[in-house]
Design a protein around this ligand. Structure first.
Ligand code: HEM
Length: 524
């Protein structure tokens, strides 16, 4: 009996101990999981900088290149302290995919002091915070400027200015031309006439375009320049690099250009001499002025004076410099690769034929030319770091925390040249964008390794117009002329100059020779 009771007690003890062990293990596991959940993921790794200024003194002048080199050391996501602010740089497709999964969180911007000044206080589309106002402006812009109907109607303008330029170039046969200046002129003429109807001709026109080109160039540098006042707000009032002062000067010049166009139109309206009802002349400015005159700016489609100017500026800047710079880069790469240039000419001869000038209906059949443009975007994305994003809440990417309010750069330049993603990534090979890859790598940001126009809800708002202008103007200039390097050069200098838009440091100077079958085609 006694033995049986001892056995029973021992059995109870064993079961009790077992239950206790299981309970303690469950508790420990629960506590561990709870602890894990509550402990935030760490910040991304990154280089140590100096006290106060952080890593700023080591960044150099070409941010896209410095950021690419740092990724080799710290990996595809890293942070930099620049002054008191944290910057995160992302450069791998899997992390880009995660950013896209948090698209709304990353849809905000945090414009620098310069960008705020230059965009009428963030009253544009590109630098506006993610808000009802941004949605309204972007909707107006896409509906009024980018719809198929509007773009088809403006075909006549692209044709007019391309033909005018071809005629001018024909008269300068055998002479050296600044190719970038030529394309900027065609594009700004086209964009200005889409925006504000008529353009200015003769000497006055030349003066206006050189002003616009200068101002847009300054703007691009100021938007992209690292400014210590942004990083250490306490120093902002000293404006140590003079960025704020320069931005205000540039802004005044921009404002004068935009305001003069608005005043011109208002005078015409008052005098009743405004013929802005025809499809060609019912331009963006007219539509914006109508929306501006609604009076009630809280209403769905009404816009303020600053928003009106902000949209116009975005269209001029977004529409001109990015596109003409890309045409210049494509031409530079083709000049450097005569075998690719010959393939472009062969395709033009087959599709368009030398007895005709290029028309927009030819463009969908110019597959090699399109591949050459895509390859240029891969090597020289006009905005290599896109426009920086700013998460609206703490967010985990790649196992690291990106804190709310950080400035996030997505380094398209690094991914477009990553040897793990592309064969011989530094070689110019349009073939990689032919056949099935033509659709795989589109401009809409569907691929996480190729996105020259950005991605998600802040993707470039001007893609349809950019695509039409790029392909048509390049095809027309190539089909009409053979080009050779000026000054006896045998190589193109492909050194780049950093700004929010990255350009060729030295202008591409070329000599044209006519190649159409009939001289009359230059005077059509
Ligand atoms: C070669 C031509 C162009 C390139 C490479 C380009 C590239 C870009 C890029 C990378 C962004 C930032 C996207 C992001 O943050 O994800 C952007 C934004 C923008 N682009 Fe373009 N762009 C071009 C032409 C144009 C044109 C022709 C226009 C209009 C006329 C335009 C208007 C805009 C606007 C309004 C935004 C701001 C979008 C937003 O924040 O909601 N762009 N562009």
């Amino acid at each position: 009996m006694e033995e049986a009771s001892i056995d029973l007690q021992q059995g109870k003890l064993v079961v009790g101990a077992f239950v206790a062990i299981v309970a303690v293990s469950i508790m420990a596991f629960w506590l561990m999981m709870k602890g894990n959940k509550e402990r935030p993921a760490p910040l991304p790794p990154g280089p140590r900088g100096l006290p106060v200024v952080g890593y700023l003194p080591f960044l150099g002048t070409h941010l896209h290149k410095s950021f690419t080199q740092l990724a080799r050391v710290y990996g595809p996501i890293y942070k930099l302290w620049l002054g008191h602010r944290i910057y995160v740089v992302i450069s791998s497709p899997s992390l880009v995919k995660q950013v896209r999964e948090h698209d709304v969180t990353f849809a905000d911007r945090d414009p620098s002091i310069a960008s705020k000044i230059l965009t009428f206080g963030g009253n544009d589309i590109a630098f506006a915070s993610y808000s009802a106002d941004w949605r309204k402006l972007r909707k107006i812009f896409v509906r009024e400027l980018m719809s198929s109907a509007r773009l088809n109607a403006s075909n006549v303008l692209r044709k007019r200015y391309a033909e005018k330029a071809i005629k001018d170039v024909y008269q300068k046969t055998g002479k050296a031309l600044d190719f970038g200046q030529l394309t900027f002129m065609i594009i700004s003429n086209t964009v200005l006439s889409m925006l504000c109807g008529s353009t200015t001709h003769g000497e006055e026109g030349e003066k206006l375009f050189s002003q616009i080109r200068e101002v847009v160039g300054e703007l691009m540098v100021l938007h992209g320049a690292p400014n210590i006042s942004d990083m250490i707000p306490a120093l902002a009032r000293f404006d140590l690099q003079g960025v704020e002062r320069k931005s205000r000067e540039t802004f005044r010049r921009c404002d004068r250009i935009v305001s003069s166009k608005i005043e011109e139109r208002q005078k015409l309206r008052e005098s009743g001499d405004d013929n802005s009802v025809s499809i060609e002349a019912k331009d963006l400015l007219q539509i914006l002025l109508d929306l501006n005159n609604h009076g009630d700016c809280a209403a769905d489609s009404s816009i303020t004076d600053n928003q009106l100017k902000g949209i116009l500026m975005d269209s001029i800047i977004g529409g001109t410099d990015t596109t003409s710079t890309t045409i210049e880069w494509t031409m530079a790469e083709l000049m450097q690769h005569p075998e690719a240039m010959q393939k472009v000419y062969k395709e033009l001869d087959e599709v368009v034929e030398r007895g005709n000038v290029v028309e927009e209906f030819h463009l969908p059949r110019l597959h090699y030319l399109e591949a050459a443009i895509k390859e240029t975007f891969r090597l020289h994305p006009a905005l290599p770091l896109l426009v920086p994003r700013c998460p609206t809440e703490d967010c985990q990417i790649g196992g690291y925390t990106i804190p709310k309010g950080a400035t996030v750069f997505i380094n398209a330049y690094a991914m477009h040249r990553d040897p793990q993603l592309w064969d011989s990534p530094l070689e110019f090979r349009p073939e990689r964008f032919l056949n099935e890859n033509a659709a795989k790598f589109d401009y809409l940001g569907n691929s996480s390794q190729y996105f020259p126009f950005g991605m998600g809800r802040r993707v470039c708002a001007g893609i349809p117009m950019a695509e039409k202008m790029l392909n048509y103007i390049l095809a027309s200039l190539l089909h009409s002329f053979e080009w050779k390097l000026a000054h006896g050069s045998t190589e193109v200098d492909l050194t780049d100059k950093f700004g929010i838009v990255v350009k060729l440091e030295k202008p591409l100077v070329l000599i044209p020779t006519p190649r159409l079958a009939n001289p009359e085609l230059y005077y059509s």
